[in-house]
Design a protein around this ligand. Structure first.
Ligand code: SF4
Length: 269
């Protein structure tokens, strides 16, 4: 238990779907009061973090991350790779949760912090900085002093997968960490899923918690937007991978549009 958005509904409430893009903020009357007292204390964030880092549930991914950390890319031969599962990071009072797929083999698997030290982060953090979510436009290492404000960044899988393709079972294994992190973030009002795998992983979490009845009611698209029965807002974005940003499938304006909307929905000023 923890976040009010993830408490099971005794009776399913019909979801409200809005076609994206929507430029005007929706009324916040149906959003739960983010300050309301929760029945149980949220989990200890340090315990959640330690549990993620120590996890060995997926042998294939653990082997891969370790091997990548031993062989290293030529440009990073003198780096000590993190090579452990990567916990989320950010502001524990976050209103916005940003969910990626998994650590990059030579990005977060090297630096130990999501979207840090790779091309995806180089694309994302300047946008987050412009909008006030990040204190700096560049993420280089986990001790570079970068801070997030009103935002938390996590992923549906915490170990770098070969070819950026985790198996369905590995995604299911890692769902326990996603749930734990979400429960430690009781103020979240908006979730931005970067890519379809993150979207599907988050929907699986909602389905398991009884927050939604069917995944098929929520279709992934860039700038897709839904308001869940609990009042939580769900936004989709193409993943800021080099595959998408180098081909023009995702450009800065498209990406910023989603985060401007996230700010509006989260009520961040
Ligand atoms: S992917 Fe998740 S569940 Fe699997 S070993 Fe890594 S942290 Fe554990």
């Amino acid at each position: 238990m923890g976040c009010p958005h993830f408490i099971r509904h005794p009776r399913p409430v019909k979801s409200i779907r809005r076609k994206a893009p929507i430029l005007l903020p929706s009324p916040t009357a149906q959003s739960p009061d983010p300050l309301r007292q929760l029945p149980n204390p949220a989990p200890d964030p340090d315990h959640v973090r330690d549990s993620i880092i120590a996890c060995e549930l997926c042998p294939r991914l653990r082997d891969y991350c370790t091997r990548i950390g031993e062989t290293r890319r030529r440009a990073y031969q003198d780096h000590a790779y993190w090579a452990r599962p990567v916990p989320g990071f950010g502001d524990l009072r976050a209103c916005a949760l940003i969910l990626g797929l998994a650590p990059g083999a030579h990005g977060a698997n090297r630096t130990g912090r999501p979207f840090t030290g790779d091309g995806s982060g180089d694309f994302m953090y300047p946008v987050l900085h412009d909008l006030g979510f990040a204190s700096k436009p560049r993420a280089i290492s986990r001790d570079d002093g970068l801070r997030l404000r009103d935002a938390w960044i996590g992923s549906v899988v915490r170990c770098a997968p070969p070819g950026d393709k985790p198996t369905p079972q590995e995604i299911r294994n890692c769902a326990v960490h996603l749930a734990a992190e979400i429960n430690a973030l009781p103020r979240v009002r908006v979730v931005v899923c970067l890519g379809k795998i993150a979207w599907d992983g988050f929907l699986a979490h909602l389905l398991l918690g009884g927050v939604i009845a069917r995944r098929s009611d929520y279709r992934f698209a860039h700038a897709a937007e839904y308001t869940l029965p609990s009042g939580l807002h769900l936004l989709g974005s193409y993943h800021p991978s080099l595959r998408n940003t180098n081909t023009g499938r995702l450009d800065r304006a498209m990406f910023a549009h989603v985060f401007v909307r996230a700010r509006e929905l989260a009520g961040v000023r």
